[in-house]
Design a protein around this ligand. Structure first.
Ligand code: AMP
Ligand code: MG
Length: 345
């Protein structure tokens, strides 16, 4: 398949590019679009055929449901049964990095929801995504635009590496601002909000808007093979580079000493803090930001993993993140990338 790559930096002066991407989507094609979380592999969310094409392009198991992207929170009415809590969440967090699971209406085919009676709804804030969705006038099913199992793409280059030749268009909208996938919540009939996947809308932020918020046990990825997580994607090995990743848990000084000694023994790649770059051997260092800048760690995580993996090191080391605030989302992705391998120092 021919893949056209276009760059959109100015939505006001690039209407024709936006219309081109939109018309690919309305005609049953696949267009990768930038969002504030990660890049999304878009197709028509009301079309079975488009859903099948998305799964094929990603190499994704078809029981792993897709998130549908809408322009305005009210558009959810057309595709799902909304409720008061949905609108409370929408008022607080949409457009933005929050996905809400609701009971689906018939217009959304089971091919999109992996056979489930529910549908995942999100209203992205990225201006390019919003213009394309508005111009298309349809809901856009868009899972992360990576090959299934590899780290999610946070810039067009990642998408080109994974999906060039497998989609009709890749829209380059620069680097994603957040860099981790959306927070996913399910709203139960009794008003309890269950967090299925942590993201930039944090547990504390949800608690400010909803009285009862609980964390799903699948979030830490500790379910056994035959358990069914509420969020099907959580059962797959996710966000993982090919190389073994190990998370280091210990005092800063001890971890640094460990890394200095490891650098002498093997070709280890290190996702380090900026403050550590001077203290370590310069080769195979992938700084993720200042130690306390968790938003920057989130933004750089997937690209650092990809770049580290490309060097084919013996092992990739990274700091075990703190689980508070946005750190919980970072922890959730990193623990999967590391297949739960944490080394106590
Ligand atoms: P991605 O689009 O790659 O960020 O992943 C989408 C994830 O959203 C899936 O892997 C599921 O875990 C979750 N998801 C989508 N639809 C549903 C649904 N109807 N019920 C529960 N989880 C869902
Ligand atoms: Mg994904």
């Amino acid at each position: 398949m021919n893949t056209e790559v276009i760059k959109i930096t100015d939505i006001n002066n690039q209407k024709s590019e936006i219309l081109k991407a939109a018309s690919i989507l309305t005609n049953g094609g696949l267009a990768v679009i930038p969002t504030e979380t990660v890049y999304g592999l878009g197709g028509d969310a009301c079309s079975k055929e488009s859903a099948k094409k998305i799964y094929a392009a990603k190499g994704r198991p078809s029981d792993n449901p897709l998130i549908i992207h809408i322009f305005s929170p009210d558009d959810a009415e057309k595709y799902a049964y909304t409720n008061e809590i949905y609108y409370r969440l929408a008022k607080a967090f949409m457009p933005g990095p929050l996905t809400v699971i609701l009971k689906k209406k018939d217009i959304i085919p089971y091919e999109v929801t992996g056979g489930l009676d529910t549908v995942a709804i999100r209203c992205p804030s990225h201006p390019v995504a919003r213009e394309i969705i508005k111009a298309a006038g349809i809901p856009i099913a868009a899972p992360s635009a990576n090959l299934s199992g590899s780290p999610s793409p946070t810039c067009a280059e990642h998408v080109i590496n994974d999906l060039y030749g497998r989609v009709d268009m890749i829209v380059d909208g620069g680097e994603c601002e957040i860099g981790l996938e959306s927070t996913i919540v399910m709203v139960n009939e009794d008003g309890v909000v269950t967090m299925l996947r942590p993201g930039a809308v944090t547990y504390d932020a949800l608690c400010c808007v909803c009285e009862r918020v609980v964390l799903s046990p699948s979030m830490e990825g500790t379910l056994s093979e035959n358990e069914h997580p509420l969020s099907p994607g959580m059962k797959y090995r996710h966000y993982a580079p090919d190389c073994r990743v190990v998370l280091l848990d210990g005092d800063d000084k001890d971890v640094l000493d460990f890394l200095i000694s490891e650098q002498k023994k093997c070709r280890c790649a290190i996702l380090c803090y900026n403050e550590e770059t001077e203290l370590l051997d310069a080769s195979l260092l992938f700084p993720v930001g200042d130690k306390t800048d968790v938003a920057e760690h989130a933004r750089r995580l997937f690209s650092s993993l990809r770049r580290a993996d490309a060097e084919k090191p013996d092992i990739i080391y990274a700091h075990l993140p703190d689980r508070s605030g946005l750190g919980l989302a970072l922890y959730n992705r990193m623990i999967r990338a590391a297949s739960h391998e944490v080394k106590k120092i």
